[in-house]
Design a protein around this ligand. Structure first.
Ligand code: LLP
Length: 420
């Protein structure tokens, strides 16, 4: 369910025509629907209502502080993976006691920042990291709350780049070695064990991989308790998939029901780190057609958004639905929608039957609310797009378009080069 719908021939976000927004704010433009975002959060959160739980929205999916704030207002915590994301979460007004911090490469100053901020817990991904956190906590005279992120060696059956819970992936501590690691953690003076954490991958479309992982986690929690290690939180990460094309992922209610079944008797507070399922279909990217060309029967529609704005198609071969912002009576053609970047891999749509867009038309690239703007870059010195948040008939700029001036911010030409 989302609030991007046609009224007559015009695509709307909630109560505003996207054409109007594109005229006023130019393209490329990210547009998010507040109503959709809020609804997705509420559906997900309510699905877990019968057990103690905390939803920590995964900031990597969309870290704009307005988006974070919208979810924080609904009661969300935040899952962060860097000092920068922690900074954003706090700036957006997150309760530090609802922040969890994952990631395989935490720097000392990031660890310190998180300790000083009194976050809920660190999800620790290696023995060396545990030691580093213990050291930093000692220096700050704090006890660091931790969960160990275990790698359950479960195949999430998703794209290899976004599977994380297999032995071959860099993430987490081997579940079979985790008891030993917990016993070590217990001996560390500045560490306080709070929980067990796991995240097996993203865009997962079946319940089975989650359940396989959960069963292994259950056994681990029981085993830890029998060793006298108290486990208060069970963090099962994110990963629930969404519909980009014709996928039929489990509804959050089904997902929650299956999860709750596995953990009900564990007496843990459940932590969930959804990203895509909350934000993915709450945002679109709007681009304008610059030129079209045809060569040897191949059609190229060149738009003003490229892989620097939305990397997913180039990087993963991901499918994003493309809709005309205004429907016109046009035949369909098989075409590629490509960006202005100087790379053959710069495409948004490959060999797909789509309306034959013409110069000046606006196209909406759907399902771009998660891992869209957050993965964008300045490649080819292209200023990053602006972002709008729409609520009803109100549109707010939540990120201004970058300027050429922004591109060289922080760069200097050393004196010796200026003498020529
Ligand atoms: N928790 C952890 C520890 C994660 O690594 C991730 C995603 C999440 C939660 C949220 O997962 P979600 O609910 O969004 O599936 N750039 C890729 C996705 C990478 C996901 C990385 N980790 C894409 O565009 O598909």
């Amino acid at each position: 369910m989302n609030y991007f719908n046609y009224r007559g021939d015009d695509l709307y976000c909630e109560d505003i025509s996207i054409e109007e927004l594109a005229e006023e704010h130019e393209t490329p433009l990210y547009i998010y629907s507040f109503g959709t975002l809020r609804r997705h959060y509420q559906v997900f959160d309510r699905a877990f209502a019968e057990v103690p739980h905390l939803v920590c929205f995964s900031a990597k999916a969309n870290s704009n502080i307005a988006i974070l704030r919208a979810l924080i207002n609904e009661g969300s915590g935040v899952d962060v993976v860097s000092g920068g994301e922690l900074y954003r979460a706090l700036k957006a007004g997150a309760d530090p006691r609802k922040i969890v911090y994952s990631g395989v490469g935490k720097r000392p100053e990031e660890i310190r920042y998180a300790l000083e901020s009194d976050i809920l817990m660190f999800n620790v991904e290696s023995s060396q990291e545990l030691e580093a956190i213990n050291d930093e906590a000692g220096a700050t005279r704090k006890k660091a709350p931790v969960a160990l992120r275990v790698n359950p060696d479960v195949d999430p059956r998703t794209h290899p780049h976004i599977s994380t819970g297999l032995k071959e992936n860099k993430f987490g501590i081997d579940i079979d070695a985790s008891l030993e690691e917990y016993l070590r953690a217990r001996e560390l003076e500045n560490i306080e064990i709070k929980g067990v954490d796991c995240h097996i991958g993203s865009q997962i479309l079946e319940l089975m991989p989650f359940l396989d992982a959960l069963r292994r986690l259950r056994d681990l929690v029981k085993c830890l308790r029998s060793e006298g290690i108290e486990i208060q939180y069970l963090d099962i990460g994110g990963g629930l998939g969404i519909t980009y094309d014709r996928e039929e992922p489990p509804h959050p209610d089904e997902y929650a029901k299956a999860v709750i079944e596995e953990v009900r008797d564990l007496d843990c507070t459940l932590i969930l780190e959804p990203g895509r399922v909350i934000a993915g279909n709450a945002g679109i990217l709007v681009a304008r057609v610059l030129f079209t060309k045809e060569r040897d029967g191949r059609n190229f529609i060149i738009v003003d958004a490229g892989m620097n704005d939305l990397l997913r198609p180039s990087f993963y071969g991901s499918y994003h639905q493309v809709l005309p912002v205004r429907k016109r009576k046009r035949e369909t053609i098989v075409a590629n929608i490509v960006g202005p970047i100087c790379e053959s891999g710069d495409f948004l749509v490959k060999n797909r039957e789509i309306p034959s867009f013409k110069r000046g038309d606006l196209v909406a690239i759907m399902s771009a609310g998660a891992y869209g703007f957050t993965m964008s870059s300045n490649y080819n010195s292209r200023p990053r797009a602006s972002e709008l948040l729409v609520s009803g008939s109100l549109a707010s700029v939540i990120k201004e378009r970058e300027t050429w001036d922004d591109l060289t911010k922080g760069e200097t030409i050393p004196e010796f080069l200026m003498r020529y």
